[in-house]
Design a protein around this ligand. Structure first.
Ligand code: GLV
Length: 321
């Protein structure tokens, strides 16, 4: 159908498939930088009715878009959007859940093994010629065998992680605000209680005010000297200076991070540590999964402007029937 072309703003970088599909039926306006002032003239600002977003959308920009109806976020986590502001303005926010569950859960398991068995460091040993020159790579001090894993956040992805852990024969527990009635994993009513009980903590929680720096000194001490901390949720839930100290002084044994407090980062404080495995926020970053996420970003916008229906709204901005 021929649309009276709606204008969609793309601030900063986004998956190219989002842009190419949007261009098939929208007027796409891009601004290069997500920081600073919104570099759009008044007439264009007034035309913008949708935003396709990867990363952060400044609240001041939303204020300057009087006719904005929908923010379609690339990613299941939507901490780059002020949902209170959106809800107050009646702006719908959508995200990309489910299509990335398997990919992120797979990466979580990979990162767990990389961290515990130091596999990337071992590969480096071979690639740099040290195996041939110096002999076998050092035995990993840690093993996954016999571990007790606590998952912080048993939502859609957390559940996939738990199910993937079952064949590893580890003990599996979880902490969420509300106990799930559909799983038999051990429930802990607090993060602290779980950290005291388990030796491996996997965090898959969103970045919100409530989760800000909740992985702190108390939790890391409770996890203990055999403890392994894995984060595939959001870096803002970790007090990174405290984590760095905990890795240096043996408060915990090792950590694996796919996410950081500030991104992108050079991870300066962690670089010289040999008991951390780090990835540059790639948990969902395969071509097929990112394509599916890109399609969902676009399909939410098309659904809204064709039919006032979206596929995956966030709970803070429900679409009234
Ligand atoms: C990735 O971190 C996402 O939120 O999808």
């Amino acid at each position: 159908m021929t649309q009276n072309k709606v204008t969609v703003l793309v601030p900063g970088r986004i998956h190219p498939r989002v842009i190419s599909r949007l261009q098939e039926q929208f007027d796409v306006v891009t601004v290069a930088d997500q920081k600073g002032d919104l570099a759009l003239d008044d007439a264009t600002r007034e035309k913008v009715r949708g935003v396709a977003l990867s990363g952060k959308l400044q609240a001041e920009w939303v204020e300057k878009l009087p006719n904005l109806q929908i923010i379609s976020n690339f990613g299941v986590g939507y901490d780059g959007v002020d949902t209170k502001q959106a809800a107050a303005r009646g702006i719908i926010v959508t995200h990309t859940p489910n299509v990335l569950n398997d990919e992120v859960a797979d990466t979580a398991i990979g990162l767990l093994l990389n961290t515990i068995r130091r596999l990337p460091v071992a590969e480096d040993w071979l690639r740099s010629g040290r195996w041939a020159a110096e002999g076998p790579f050092a035995l990993s001090p840690l093993s996954l065998k016999g571990r007790s894993v606590g998952i912080l956040g048993l939502g859609r992805i957390g559940l996939e992680i738990a199910q993937r852990l079952e064949p590893f024969k580890v003990k599996i527990g979880y902490h969420t605000r509300t106990q799930r009635s559909d799983v038999s994993y051990t429930y802990f009513s607090s993060l602290k209680a779980m950290a005291e009980e388990v030796d491996t903590l996997i965090s898959i929680i969103p970045g919100t005010a409530e989760t800000h720096k909740i992985i702190n000194a108390e939790i890391l001490s409770a996890l203990g000297p055999n403890g392994v901390f894995i984060n595939v949720g959001r870096g803002t839930s970790v007090d990174e200076a405290t984590l760095e100290a905990a890795l240096r002084n043996g408060t915990i044994a090792a950590a694996g991070l796919d996410v950081f407090y500030t991104e992108p980062t050079k991870a300066g404080g962690f670089l010289d540590l040999d008991n951390i495995s780090m990835l540059p926020h790639v948990a969902s970053a395969s071509v097929p999964t990112r394509n599916a996420m890109a399609d969902l970003v676009v399909d939410n916008l098309i659904g809204w402007f064709d039919d006032k229906k979206v596929l995956t709204p966030v709970p803070e901005t429900p679409v009234k029937a």
